[in-house]
Design a binder for this molecule. Structure first.
Ligand code: ADP
Length: 502
């Protein structure tokens, strides 16, 4: 099979990885799907097939869950000390760094993102996440509690809490940051001693499968991490509903997040969700426009706008509205759109044809409802799923482009008069609450607004800052629980109270 016309050929290791039919990782072995089926993986820069991957289904999920259960309850994994577990997680981070270039190219080929971004952000951040989480393995603690209950005269108690791994975890991840999301999910699960069945997105299964090889190379015991590639409605749904799973962790659309929650109801599985967004990005008139304009452009155009926290509603104070919009539109026009593997590319294609159609559909809907494009707005002809970076003005609050998550390089710029309750109301007027940002030189205004925005993250004079140590999560329909940091250790552990009468 050829790496069809990516224009620029990837590294040899990537070429040979995609050439081979990729299998499922179950119980430490690479196996075909029980059905024998495979599905094709496309290069979104050309639409051509670059790989064939096993199409896991209910039966494979069942095999993987059983392997994860065995690994959780017996075998080497539960016998490792926290320190040994932490060292394995650390080693995985090291192996990622050792293979950084190959992983970055594989991610770029599969997802379409610029290789320069995968090299500078996705892959090193994934390594950093494992390194950060490795340290938590030895820091999982309960506490001692003094009781006052009058049980019987003279009886005293010794009471304390334990934190135990939650068990077998089903993890379902999206296609926008395939490798990094695999790390965000696996890191805390492995640090806490859980075992995992990971289902990558069908659009972008390749880097997770390469990560599977590194997991084996690091020396994780068989069955600790199982990777089942397949479709959402089949493999994903089977994983979310499987009675052998103790917890489901999902990152993806709010729509599918609701299905995950419904699937978990039957046996009351624990669920953590990181879902969509429609984030307000607010530029006040006293902002330093030298940073606010490029910042606002990058807030929406980073990762082609395929970010759940993209700054897709740009609120700009009236007196500087034209200047900021012109600045963001100029940047949009200058962005070099092309295949991700081209080192000069600043924005790659949408991940798939359906995502391309969805984003174009939103642009058309905005224009037909009366919005005006001051940059982009047109379909690009030719191969690949490229969308022009687009800036829309003259929107109204009821338009679909304002209300719904587009998940593409499309920003709506909205003027506001004053920093008052009306602005706060407009910024919070969304079912989502993932991220937000404020650009201003006035720290009082910045912190006062930070307190009023209903969003899991507020960036001040910056955007898209992620760190393994910085909590990330959502208000409202953007999900439950925060990820990274200590809280993610908590959501992968179960608290137990122990009370002894002395
Ligand atoms: P998007 O809409 O951005 O493609 P999705 O939320 O559909 O994102 O997909 C995120 C992940 O959820 C993918 O791994 C996908 O396969 C999975 N998925 C999609 N539908 C379901 C479902 N019904 N049950 C479980 N997982 C699903």
């Amino acid at each position: 099979m050829s790496i069809a016309a990516a224009e620029i050929l990837p590294d040899k290791r990537v070429t040979s990885f995609v050439k081979e039919r990729r299998k499922l990782l179950i119980d430490g072995k690479w196996v075909d799907a029980a059905s024998g089926k495979t599905f094709p993986v496309q290069n979104p820069a050309t639409g051509e097939v670059i790989a064939h991957v096993a199409e896991g289904d209910r039966q494979d999920i069942d095999r993987a869950v059983k392997a994860a259960r065995r690994a959780f309850e017996s075998g080497a994994w539960p016998r490792l000390t926290p320190s040994e577990r932490g060292r394995l997680v650390w080693k995985l981070g090291d192996l990622i760094l050792e293979n950084l270039e190959e992983l970055a190219e594989l991610e770029s080929l599969d997802n379409g993102k610029p290789v320069t971004v995968a090299r500078a952000a996705d892959v090193p951040l994934a390594a950093d996440l494992f390194h950060y989480m490795a340290g938590w393995a030895t820091k999982i603690e309960g506490n001692t509690i003094q009781l006052s209950v009058p049980y019987a005269p003279g009886v005293k108690f010794h009471a304390y809490t334990l934190r135990e791994p939650v068990g077998v975890v089903g993890q379902i991840i999206p296609w926008n940051f395939p490798f990094l999301m695999a790390a965000w999910k696996l890191g805390p699960a492995l640090a806490t001693g859980c075992t995992v069945v990971l289902k990558p997105a069908e659009e972008t299964p390749l880097s997770a499968l390469r990560l599977g090889e590194l997991i084996l190379e690091a020396g994780f015991p068989d069955g600790v991490v199982n990777i089942v590639t397949g479709f959402g409605e089949t493999a994903g749904a089977a994983l979310a509903a499987h009675p052998g799973i103790d917890k489901v962790a999902f990152t993806g659309s709010t729509e599918v997040g609701k299905l995950i929650l419904q699937a978990a109801v039957n046996d009351l599985k624990k669920v953590s969700l990181e879902l969509g967004g429609k984030s307000p990005n607010i530029v006040l008139r006293d902002a330093n426009l030298d940073i606010a304009i490029p910042g606002a452009a990058s807030a929406i155009f980073f990762n082609h706008g395929q970010c759940c926290c993209a700054g897709s509603r740009l609120f700009v104070q009236q007196s500087i509205f034209d200047k900021v919009v012109e600045g963001v539109a100029d940047r949009a026009k200058q962005i070099k759109v092309g295949p991700g593997l081209d080192p000069d590319t600043e924005m790659g294609p949408m991940v798939s044809e359906s995502q391309f159609n969805r984003v174009c559909g939103y642009i058309e809907s905005g224009l037909s409802e009366g919005a005006k494009a001051v940059a982009g707005g047109r379909k690009r002809d030719g191969k690949g799923y490229f969308v022009e970076p687009t800036v829309l003005v003259d929107t109204t609050p009821d338009m679909k482009v304002i209300r719904e998550e587009i998940f593409g390089p499309v920003v709506t710029a909205i003027p506001f008069k004053e920093l008052d309750d009306d602005l706060v109301r407009a910024a919070n007027d969304t079912v989502y609450g993932l991220a937000s940002a404020v650009w201003t030189k006035d720290i009082s205004k910045a912190h006062s607004l930070a307190g009023k925005l209903k969003a899991g993250t507020v960036w001040i004079n910056c955007y898209n800052i992620f760190d393994a140590a910085l909590p990330f999560g959502g208000y409202k329909q953007s999900g439950f629980f925060f990820f990274n940091v200590k809280e993610s250790i908590e959501i992968y552990t179960q608290k137990k109270s122990v009370c002894a009468a002395l």
